[in-house]
Write a protein that binds this ligand. Structure first.
Ligand SMILES: O=P(O)(O)OC[C@H]1O[C@H](O[C@H]2O[C@H](CO)[C@@H](O)[C@H](O)[C@H]2O)[C@H](O)[C@@H](O)[C@@H]1O
Length: 374
């Protein structure tokens, strides 16, 4: 990122932060999203409050309620016409580009087994208006395939596992769908798994299936009068998309979701990129899924493992936080703008993610060649 005028194409990072602040002010919804704790090791995080003080959306509208926040986001582009503020430059200093820091990252992983965790939407595929058409490019698929030959690799997504598999179509990967509540290993077993046991399957929220089905039907019914609203059944959770809803109707969507959720105290709401996500209140998230996957790969109590998690969403913060708490590996946030995060590094968009993954593959291939000539 250079110190010049930028056009922020998707402002959801800012919006998510604003929503989290505004939700607690408005009392409309309760949210399970918490501010990450102060991170160890010289990590500096810009507080949401401080960041919001400095951000101006649509020419300076101060955000007071979460619906204002939704409205305050331009459905198209938001221009940040001023040069980077001190906070923005400081953010880049503390979350530098993973591409620029590639050598340092490799140095830190020396002698350890790298394990890759990849979010899907906004990380492997660009954000698009229709969630059913969020395809990943062939070149990204090829890159992820090569990556999985070099390192154990898992896709961790808010989507239903079958759906994310239908986009990625690589049988050799681990998949954790429904925000980690539906985990499955490669059908043929994994070459990385120490005992190579087949058929890892873990579904900690299975008792919620009937409730989720019921809520999903109600949400479809409630929101059908709102043009553009879309309900997506993600098996153990439900997404209510408002990306294609006129801003003046976002409050309507909020009220519809609220009216359904109030009857279900065992479900909670979290916020994604122009999406309201309803999920069970169980203590399970992408961070827990990461730990579960490390354990099933045989790295539970290993000091010589180096997990790398790449994601763009608030829900990915649980995994970034887990890595900080374990003091192993690191998180990479995919974002064009500063965001309160527990990730250590940043990448701006899926094409940069692909470049980073390609560099990792190339480095691994070279180190194998070097070892072979010794
Ligand atoms: O954990 P992820 O893999 O990032 O999934 C999170 C949600 O991603 C999808 O929605 C987002 O991407 C859509 C396609 O680009 C976009 O239209 C939507 O506005 C975004 O919120 C997915 O549809 C959701 O179900 C996932 O929960």
């Amino acid at each position: 990122m250079t110190n010049q005028n930028v056009v922020v194409q998707d402002t959801q990072a800012a919006i998510n932060m604003a929503i989290n602040v505004a939700v607690s002010n408005s009392g409309i919804f309760t949210t399970a999203t918490q501010k990450p704790p102060s991170a160890p090791g010289g990590y500096i995080s810009i507080s949401q409050k401080k960041f919001l003080k400095n951000i101006e959306i649509n020419g300076g509208t101060r955000i007071n309620t979460w619906v204002d926040t939704m409205r305050g986001s331009s459905p198209t582009h938001i221009k940040a016409s001023a040069p980077f503020s001190d906070d923005q430059s400081s953010w880049m200093n503390h979350h530098p580009s993973a591409l620029d820091m590639f050598e340092q990252i490799i140095e830190a992983s020396k002698g350890k087994q790298i394990v890759m965790f990849l979010d899907y939407d906004g990380t492997l595929s660009p954000i698009v208006a229709d969630p059913d058409r969020a395809y990943m490019s062939d070149s990204m698929r090829k890159t992820v395939k090569s990556l999985a030959r070099c390192f154990p690799t898992a896709i961790v997504s808010g989507r239903c596992r079958d759906k994310v598999y239908s986009f990625v179509r690589l049988a050799e990967l681990y998949y954790a769908g429904s925000h980690g509540m539906d985990i499955k290993g490669p059908a043929k077993g994994s070459k990385y798994k120490k005992d190579n046991a087949k058929g890892v399957l873990f579904q900690p929220a299975s008792e919620f299936l009937p409730m989720i089905d019921e809520v999903c039907k109600q949400l479809i019914e409630k929101t059908k009068s709102t043009p553009g609203a879309k309900v997506e059944h993600n098996k153990f959770c439900v997404s209510v998309h408002y990306r294609c809803v006129e801003e003046k109707k976002w409050n309507e969507v909020a009220q519809q979701v609220k009216s359904v959720l109030k009857e279900y105290p065992k479900l909670r709401l979290t916020h994604g990129r122009k999406v309201l996500e309803i999920r069970p209140t169980i203590k399970w998230d992408k961070g827990k899924a990461l730990e579960f996957l490390l354990e099933s790969l045989g790295f539970a109590n290993c000091a010589d493992v180096f997990p790398v998690y790449i994601g763009d969403d608030r829900t990915d913060e649980d995994a970034f936080k887990t890595l900080r708490e374990r003091g192993q590996g690191f998180g990479i946030l995919v974002s064009k703008i500063p965001k309160d995060t527990n990730a250590s590094y940043s990448l701006q968009e899926p094409t940069e993610v692909m470049n980073f993954l390609q560099k990792l593959v190339e480095w691994k291939r070279q180190s194998i060649r070097r070892q072979a000539t010794l």
